[in-house]
Write a protein that binds this ligand. Structure first.
Ligand SMILES: [Zn+2]
Length: 378
């Protein structure tokens, strides 16, 4: 069975078992990505006696969500202390337990997990039996360190659910919309094009995967399929745009939004792309270790909306490792709050950004955002 068939089968099975939260989201009421995240948190509060005593699920504030995430963090600590050999050792050695984590400042008591740690002992991070893994892949990503990451079936579905919500935020939710996917095909490992294609299928949106490096072929495919949205590596989208700029009527082929992913996109590159196609170009950020679909800009282009229910984010000083307040730039540190296969606690991304802790003009009142991602100079 090919990778694509395996993913397709696992997704079909899961969809039969449970409904995707993202399918209930309506883009006419605020920001769909935020609505999806808040719905996930609300559902969890409603199903927990303990959480119901602490929060009113129908009146969640920014502070409530932060408090909720801290509780999830402590719950995750308990889980990894039971199930992960790596964290069991670290916590024992440092003499840390969940009762010591009561504020965000307390998080600094826990050492960061470095990409080198993950590369050196991948299976020490594993919390479930290996037979329950549906995808295992290696990644060198932006850090250049080769790491192994594994995902369970439920986690793949959660990632697809997050992607569908992001597609809705980009106004892709009708059968008249087509996403043109331009990632190079990666056959041996995790293929973002395949995952995106499946998310489109479940969202009821058409998708076309074209891995050709020929600009002419890419544009012909867009015209033939009636593509409305494009996603690809930032450098390739820019190259494509520069070569397409003299084509007559390029603005009229119907592209409504362009998503530039996996690589930094400067404001100059963004302006070039937008002037060619006559629509907005939006940045997306994700890491393979964290499931790729981690944060994306809305049309306001004022920070990346983070997948709020799934990640606890911190910004730390890259030298002193001290926690920095919103607005101040430092290293992005991420905890995967809902992963059960290989959860990561305080993962050092080696990316530089700051937290925007205020409502977005798009209507998202509770989402946390981060500013443009920069690589930490080596
Ligand atoms: Zn927004």
């Amino acid at each position: 069975m090919s990778l694509s068939e395996k993913i397709s089968t696992s997704i079909r099975m899961n969809v039969a078992k449970r409904k995707l939260e993202s399918r209930k989201i309506d883009h006419r009421n605020g920001n769909p990505l935020e609505q999806w995240g808040v719905a996930k948190i609300k559902n969890e509060i409603k199903s927990s006696k303990e959480l119901k005593q602490l929060f009113n699920p129908d009146e969640l504030s920014r502070e409530d969500i932060k408090k909720y995430k801290l509780l999830k963090f402590r719950e995750l600590m308990e889980y990894v202390m039971e199930n992960s050999n790596y964290y069991k050792d670290v916590f024992e050695k440092e003499g840390i337990d969940p009762s010591q984590i009561n504020t965000y400042e307390d998080l600094a008591k826990i050492p960061l997990t470095n990409p080198e740690d993950l590369a050196a002992h991948p299976y020490h991070f594993l919390c479930i039996p290996r037979k329950k893994i549906v995808r295992e892949f290696t990644s060198s990503g932006t850090t250049g360190i080769r790491k192994m990451i594994a995902y369970s079936q439920d986690e793949i579905l959660e990632i697809v659910d997050a992607i569908i919500s992001a597609l809705k935020m980009l106004e892709m939710d009708s059968k008249d919309d087509t996403l043109h996917i331009m990632y190079p095909t990666i056959t041996a490992t995790w293929d973002p094009g395949v995952i995106l294609g499946k998310a489109c299928m479940l969202a009821g949106v058409k998708s076309v995967i074209n891995d050709s490096e020929s600009v002419e072929e890419q544009i012909n495919t867009m015209i033939e399929t009636g593509s409305t949205h494009i996603i690809g590596l930032s450098s390739f989208v820019h190259k494509l745009s520069m070569e397409a700029k003299d084509i007559d009527g390029i603005k009229d082929i119907g592209i409504r939004k362009i998503i530039c992913s996996s690589e930094p996109l400067t404001e100059e590159m963004r302006a070039d792309i937008e002037s060619v196609w006559g629509c907005k170009a939006l940045r997306q950020w994700g890491m393979t270790e964290l499931g790729l679909a981690n944060a994306i800009e809305c049309s306001e282009q004022n920070g990346f909306h983070v997948d709020n229910p799934d990640f606890l984010i911190e910004i730390v000083d890259p030298i002193t490792r001290e926690l920095l307040p919103p607005g101040q730039e430092g290293e992005l540190v991420v905890t995967t709050l809902r992963r059960n296969c290989m959860p990561l606690i305080r993962y050092s991304t080696r990316d530089f950004t700051s937290i925007v802790d205020e409502p977005c003009q798009c209507g998202a009142l509770l989402d946390q955002r981060i500013t443009d991602i920069k690589r930490i100079p080596k």
